[in-house]
Design a protein around this ligand. Structure first.
Ligand SMILES: [Zn+2]
Length: 302
């Protein structure tokens, strides 16, 4: 679903400036202050979990830990729920671990900061759907697509309980944009022929079964958003399509999409020590999150 190209990002409204500064502060906390956080940087992983839990609490929510052990070390997914009138759940999630050797500002400090900002904005509101905000542990290798991946453990429990998740939205590396020609590459020539070569848009990706959800989300996003967007429903095996927590929900029969700046197909600092807070474009990042907020508001009414 290639979109119309909106060339320059519109100026930010005062509410979007507030949002931008929240995002900047939380990325700084996770990637600047805490830094690399994973099972080999376990104290930092726990510091991030504590920070996320505390952020949900300060937003007026009651976070819960979904914990499990890897070789005797406990790790935690952190969730916070806003109970709606209906049992159907819209789940917004992002992984909070960073890959080995990286402070993970964009991957995925950006997704976590966005999840927290969205939770603050919906806290205290009466919604139709139940909204669930989840920070997942252990998305990065060696746990990715393994039985120890945080979101896979979480999604399996959802299925076992019979949770009715009508939409899973995975926020994965969403803060880097470029206006330079050929700044955007693709995992295949075919895709490259249809989609823009300038990395100034936000991407929405789903598997084939999630295509109806993908179309709905991108349609709603385009009604409101001030950043260009592109969407594609692709087979799960196209490189990049499965590369985040939505995969775990697909595996358990739930529709899910990933919101992403496309990470390795655009971001020069992907999975490196240079994935630091200064690399993000906080203006456009804020416009993406504010667009996603409107998407959730509208999905909630459907
Ligand atoms: Zn990631």
């Amino acid at each position: 679903m290639p979109g119309k190209n909106i060339s320059a990002a519109a100026p930010l409204l005062p509410t979007e400036v507030t949002l931008r500064e929240e995002l900047r502060a939380d990325v700084q906390k996770l990637a600047g202050e805490i830094g690399e956080r994973n099972m080999l940087h376990y104290a930092e992983l726990n510091a991030a979990a504590d920070f996320i839990e505390d952020s949900f609490s300060r937003a007026g929510l009651r976070p819960r830990r979904d914990s499990y052990e890897i070789h005797g070390q406990v790790c935690h997914n952190i969730e916070a729920e806003i109970r709606g009138a209906k049992p159907e759940i819209i789940l917004i999630g992002a992984h909070y671990d960073s890959v080995l050797g990286s402070p993970g500002a964009n991957d995925n400090g950006s997704g976590v900061a966005a999840t927290l900002a969205l939770a603050r904005r919906f806290s205290g509101k009466q919604t139709e759907h139940t909204l669930r905000f989840v920070a997942f542990v252990n998305e990065e290798p060696p746990y990715f697509i393994s039985g120890e991946m945080g979101s896979l453990i979480y999604a399996k429990k959802c299925k076992a309980r019979g949770d009715k998740i009508s939409a899973m939205i995975s926020l994965e590396t969403i803060g880097y944009f470029s206006d330079v020609p050929d700044s955007q590459i693709y995992p295949s020539r075919v895709l490259g022929a249809f989609y823009p070569k300038i990395g100034n848009f936000i991407g929405f990706v789903g598997n084939l079964r999630s295509q109806p959800l993908l179309r709905r989300v991108i349609g709603l996003f385009r009604e409101h958003a001030k950043v260009p967007s592109e969407g594609a429903a692709l087979p799960w095996f196209v490189p990049g399509v499965s590369w985040s927590d939505q995969w775990s929900f697909w595996r358990n029969g739930y529709p899910g999409i990933m919101v992403t700046d496309t990470a390795p197909f655009r971001y020069p600092y992907y999975h490196s020590a240079n994935d630091t807070p200064d690399k993000l474009d906080y203006d456009r990042f804020a416009l993406v999150v504010s667009g996603v907020q409107k998407v959730i508001e509208d999905l909630d009414k459907l």
